[in-house]
Design a protein. Structure first.
Length: 251
């Protein structure tokens, strides 16, 4: 374990930049994670950990030759993008950027979803309900933003993630299902959600026009009249549960 005493140390500056800048993450091929829970999940899932920062003696079964740096709390506060960081931060290699390739099963497409917390929660629930993949479209928030990573609770190391353009979607022979907050559409519990891509729209604007024209059908989650809408991560979770509830009930 190596001790670092200054927040301007190049290793610390690098980790801090990974936490705050998506372009920097992509350029360097790494991302920043926060907390012992995530570290344990990363180790369990054989994630390629590149460095660990800790404020105390770290008792963890890390991969051999993993660099571990002992820092004080002020440096931890400086590196972490979170207001109340835990006593462990670590960096991992980014997985290769993958274009979405259709496979049978249920897939969730995120259409310009902006909140990284929502993105991470959807990834977590997709992992829980056995969704085949989470597809990123348009300007959807970075899956490797620290807030998204934290909200995923380790699912980021397991869940299949892909990226798709409108042109690529037009070439895929698969049902594409839209979602709406309007009670007038087909209730989710009556819909066939297998072997389909389900589109979750932007928090404020809903599904983009480019994607609407590709949706062969639209579903809704019936809610109490007068209630404006559900949070997109909550709605996605309900839909994913409905898609996989037979499997979940068998567990």
């Amino acid at each position: 374990m190596e001790r670092i005493t200054g927040r301007k140390n190049s290793i610390c500056v690098h980790a801090k930049n990974l936490g705050k800048d998506s372009s920097y993450r992509k350029a360097k091929g790494e991302f920043l994670c926060d907390g012992r829970k995530l570290l344990d999940e990363a180790v369990k899932n054989n994630a390629p950990i590149t460095a660990v920062f800790t404020t105390e003696d770290l008792k963890a079964a890390l991969p051999e030759n993993t660099p571990v740096y002992l820092i004080d709390q002020s440096i931890m506060d400086s590196i972490s993008p979170l207001k109340s960081p835990q006593n462990v931060l670590f960096t991992c290699k980014l997985p290769p950027l993958k274009t979405f390739e259709y496979r049978t099963g249920t897939h969730i497409l995120l259409d310009n979803i902006q909140d990284p917390g929502n993105v991470g929660t959807i990834i977590r629930c997709a992992d829980a309900f056995g969704i085949n993949s989470v597809i990123f479209f348009g300007s959807t928030a970075d899956a490797y933003n620290p807030k998204a990573v934290r909200a995923s609770m380790g699912a980021i190391f397991r869940q299949r993630i892909g990226f798709v353009s409108i042109g690529e979607l037009e070439q895929i022979s698969v049902r594409i299902i839209g979602t709406s907050g309007d009670n007038g559409y087909l209730p989710v519990y009556k819909a066939d959600l297998k072997d389909a891509i389900i589109v979750m729209g932007n928090e404020g604007q809903g599904i983009s026009e480019d994607l609407k024209r590709l949706c062969g059908e639209t579903i809704c989650i019936p809610i109490t009249p007068g209630c404006e809408s559900l949070n997109v991560a909550v709605a996605a979770s309900i839909i994913m549960y409905e898609a996989k509830k037979g499997i979940v009930h068998d567990i």
